[in-house]
Structure formats: C-alpha cells, structure tokens
Design a protein around this ligand. Structure first.
Ligand code: HEC
Ligand code: HEC
Length: 467
C-alpha cells in the first residue's frame, strides 16, 4: 500500500473512533440529564426521570399514590384502598421504605421497626407438596405462620408474633492493633420471636431477619441484560480466584417459566412487578392477579373469615388490580438516582486492587449505550458462616447472598433521617463493620482490607460513601 493511502486509512479510522466516542459521550450526557439528580435532601430518591410525556406522568403519579397511601382494613368508606390484611406487617410501602430508601432496625420509640421483617421457612421433607412450593416460591413456608411474621392483624384477627432481637458482641482486631466490636444477632425461635399467637411453630423453622432495602435504581438494574449477568458467573470457580458467583434462577409468576432473579437480598424476584406483588402479599396482604390468595394459613380461621376489601365485594377479584400493580412498578422504574462525585481516587484504586470490585462490579453498559455504576454483579455469593441464615430461596442456599449494590450507600442516613444500618439483617452499624462481616468468597478481600493501614482503610470507606 502506498504511504499516502495508509495515511488516509489511518485518518479515517481515527475519525471513526473520534466520532463514536463523541456519540458515546453524547448518549451518556443525555442519560445523566435524564436519570441523575443532584438533590442532597431526603427526597433524593423520589424524583421522576426527565422526559416523561403526559400519559407517562399520569402513570407515574398513579403508582406513586398507591406506593404511598395507607391501606385500611375492610369494610371501610375509603373503598379504593381497603383490603389491608387480615394479617399484615405494615399498611403502606413507605412505612418500610421511607423516602424510597432503607429502613432501620428500630423505630423512633426504640421498638423493632416495621421495615425489619422475619421471613419463615422449613426444610423440605421431599414430599410432592414441598417440592411444588420449592419450584414455585423457592422455599417451603412454615405451616402455621406462613412465609413471614405478620406483626399486625385486622379487627378480631390476632397478629402472629412480635420480633425480638438480641446480639452477642464479637471483637475483631486489625494487624495494626486496632479493634472493632461487631454485633451478631442470636438466632433461634426464642431469641427472634415472642408472643406467638398461633401455637407452636414447626420445630425446624428457619427465621431470616431482613431489613427493607433502598429502592434506588430499580429500573436501571432491570435494564442490565440476562447475558450481562450470566457473563460474570463462574459457578465452579474456573479462574481459581476464590470467587464463584451464580445467578439465582427463579420461577416467574408472569411468564410461568424460569427467569434470572434480580431483586431482594437473595435475588429471588425476577422483576420489579413481581417483587411489588410479593410485597403486596407478604407485607400488606393485598391480593393481586399475580398472587390472588389471601395471606392466611390453614390454621388461621379468623384470617380466612375476615371481611374482604371493597374491590372484592364489588366484583373485581383483587385488592390491587393489574393496572395499579403495574403503576407501582412503573413508578419505581422511573425514579432518578443520586449523582455520584468521586474525589477519593486512591480509595477507588484500593477498592479495585484488593478485590472488592470482583463482586461489587462498578459499571454496566446498557443496551442504550449508557453506563450505570451500581457496584454489584447481581450474583449470589457464599458469604461464609458468619452471615449465613440457613434459608434457601430457589438456587440461593443458606449462606448465599446477592452482592449488595453500593450506589448511594453513603446517602442512606439522609433518606432515613438517622443513623443507618448495613447488611441483610442490619447488624452492621457502619460500613466498616459491614466489610468486617465479609467471609466465604469475600474472605480474601476482607483480609486484604484488614492488612491495609488505617489511613488506607479510611480511604476505601470514604470512597464508598461517595458512590
Ligand atoms: C413490612 C415492610 C415492607 C413493606 C410494607 C414493603 N416492603 Fe419492600 N422490602 C421489604 C424488605 C424486608 C425487603 C427485602 C426482602 C428480602 O430480602 O426478602 C424489601 C424489598 C423490596 C424490593 C427489592 C429491592 C432490591 O433492591 O432488591 C422492592 C422493589 C420492594 N421491596 C418494593 C416494595 C413495594 C412496591 C411495596 C408496597 C407494595 C413494598 N416494598 C412494601 C420490606 C417491605
Ligand atoms: C465475594 C463477593 C464480594 C466481595 C469480594 C466483596 N463483597 Fe461486599 N458484599 C457482598 C455481598 C453478597 C453483600 C451482602 C451481604 C449481606 O447482606 O449479608 C455485600 C455487602 C457489602 C456492604 C454492605 C451493603 C449494604 O447494603 O448494607 C458493603 C459496604 C460492602 N459489601 C463493601 C465491600 C468492600 C469494601 C469489599 C472489599 C473489601 C467487598 N465488599 C468485597 C459481596 C462481596
């Protein structure tokens, strides 16, 4: 090839690269204008994205109102929103997700808050009934109390039980001599529950404490493709780095087929819509087309006999019909995420080099070309005995958890309005404690964190608070 031709070709390719980088940066700019908010107030997680048309804004507002309204028990004059219970944990989504953020363990008067729930299950005995439950909901419910403790009941329906929480203190010492106290919840029926109203539970009942998550970036996480999630799986740890990572495979109530699990602490819900139906059922006992049955077990006669909501009396078969369920999900999908400004570059580098980023994967490129930074791989990891709850949810076993997204984790206290807790059961009072609880596949990263100087550890924590 002539020298000049080569030069022209080179010029052309530089031009193409330059042009596509320009397009990519335009896409990113547009995306950030649509999805990011610089609001630093407690409302930071409550803004609708830009660019919705009138019809979409109506849908957003409808969803927002059903996310926020307090439901009431039937029969009532406020007909559109009766049907709460008979057995329930809270009467609105916002009681557990205040300002769309996380819950805390304790409420303002020092009692265990509504946003701190106890999920229940028993081991499968291999019977047909148990295998059906495993394939459809991923676990076997406790026969008398169901799948979650309801701390409230409507008139004439006794609540199920009240949660109890006791901790033992462990001490961890860094190689540099500094010590940190960690609080470990004491497990077992008598340590976790009191005032049981429906008799003795199954003797092998497993209770998993869960704190309500932040609802940040729900719609953006849904835009990560299955292929992108699966690309990071390494179930047999072929690359031998001690980290496997497995996607949860769950049953979808919508497609009636297997789907990749994305939401909740064990990634057992495949979509926001389905998690909304789960929440309606487990947390508020509202019937939906996806889960049409009331949240009563066979033993709960008062619950079965309680009056039905107006929607049901009027002939619509559900407390929360499809259109409203979809509106709530639409609302959650179209919320802005807080803009992150990273100044702690050294902390960022350390976070990557000690292996935190192997699970807390910083970014994904969506099909639109926009880059999001959730700091999760959406995969399940064995986090060791210390964090294990013994509960199975589809493919997640008793010590596996979904990598918690870290975006906006430093802003929790703003939406909550007080000191926040971390990890699935809120046992950690700080980001540092949360890191020190890491074990299993994350043991090596934790040990490397512990080997760092105090100054460098603080840089990592500072970086995380900027996400
Ligand atoms: C009684 C408290 C409570 C109420 C009420 C409640 N939630 Fe939740 N929510 C939780 C808890 C606890 C989790 C974590 C569940 C788990 O890991 O099993 C959660 C998780 C979620 C998630 C998944 C978040 C993620 O990052 O994976 C979504 C979405 C959600 N809730 C939506 C809703 C909606 C919509 C409503 C109202 C219809 C609602 N919630 C009502 C306690 C509650
Ligand atoms: C093997 C995968 C893995 C590695 C490596 C890992 N994490 Fe995690 N991380 C998780 C999982 C899974 C959770 C959720 C655990 C739970 O809630 O019980 C989590 C939770 C967290 C939380 C608390 C999040 C919340 O919502 O409360 C923080 C903070 C965190 N990790 C920081 C780090 C840092 C810093 C490192 C590096 C030292 C690290 N992680 C390494 C998987 C990992």
């Amino acid at each position: 090839m002539l020298k000049k031709q080569k030069y022209n070709l080179w010029l052309l390719s530089v031009g193409v690269i330059f042009h596509s980088t320009l397009i990519a940066s335009e896409i990113q700019k547009k995306f950030e204008q649509t999805y990011y908010t610089s609001d630093q107030s407690k409302n930071m997680l409550s803004h609708s994205i830009e660019g919705l048309n009138d019809e979409q804004i109506d849908q957003f507002m409808l969803g927002k109102s059903f996310f926020r309204i307090p439901w009431v028990e039937a029969p009532s004059a406020t007909t559109a929103r009766d049907g709460l219970g008979p057995l329930f944990s809270a009467n609105t989504c916002t009681s557990c997700h205040p300002n769309n953020g996380v819950s805390s363990i304790y409420n303002d008067i020092g009692d265990i808050s509504r946003g701190y729930v106890q999920r229940l299950s028993i081991p499968s005995d291999g019977s047909k009934e148990h295998l059906t439950q495993l394939s459809l909901q991923g676990f076997v419910s406790e026969p008398s109390y169901g799948s979650q403790i309801s701390i409230n009941g409507t008139k004439n329906v006794p609540f199920e039980a009240k949660p109890k929480l006791e901790f033992e203190t462990l001490s961890v010492t860094y190689p540099d001599g500094e010590s940190v106290a960690l609080k470990k919840p004491i497990l077992g029926i008598h340590n976790q529950l009191q005032q049981l109203q429906y008799g003795k539970p199954h003797k092998e009942m497993i209770i998993s404490n869960r704190i309500a998550q932040s609802l940040i970036g729900m719609g953006l996480l849904e835009q990560i493709s299955d292929e992108q999630i699966l690309a990071n799986e390494d179930i047999e740890d072929i690359d031998n780095d001690g980290i496997s990572g497995k996607a949860n495979r769950v049953y979808s109530l919508v497609t009636k087929q297997e789907a990749i699990g994305r939401y909740t602490w064990k990634a057992s819900a495949p979509s926001i819509l389905e998690q909304t139906a789960n929440a309606a059922h487990n947390d508020m006992s509202l019937t939906t087309p996806l889960i049409p049955k009331e949240n009563c077990t066979q033993n709960q006669i008062e619950c079965q006999k309680a009056p039905k909501g107006d929607a049901l009396r009027a002939g619509t078969p559900f407390d929360l019909p499809q259109q409203r369920l979809e509106a709530i999900s639409y609302y959650l999908k179209n919320l802005k995420v807080p803009k992150s400004v990273i100044t702690q570059k050294e902390g960022e580098k350390l976070f990557n080099t000690i292996g935190c980023a192997k699970c807390h994967i910083p970014s994904f490129t969506l099909s639109s070309g926009a880059v999001i930074k959730p700091y999760t791989d959406m995969l399940l990891h064995n986090m060791g005995e210390g964090l294990a709850d013994g509960r199975v949810e589809f493919l997640a076993n008793g010590s596996e958890w979904r990598t918690a997204p870290l975006w906006a984790i430093g802003k929790r206290e703003i939406t909550l309005g007080k000191k926040a807790q971390y990890l699935h059961d809120g046992r950690a009072d700080s980001i540092e404690e949360a890191i020190l609880w890491h074990g299993g596949e994350a043991q090596s990263a934790k040990e490397q964190f512990m080997q760092l100087s105090k100054q460098n550890r603080e840089k990592i924590i500072k970086f995380i608070k900027e996400l």
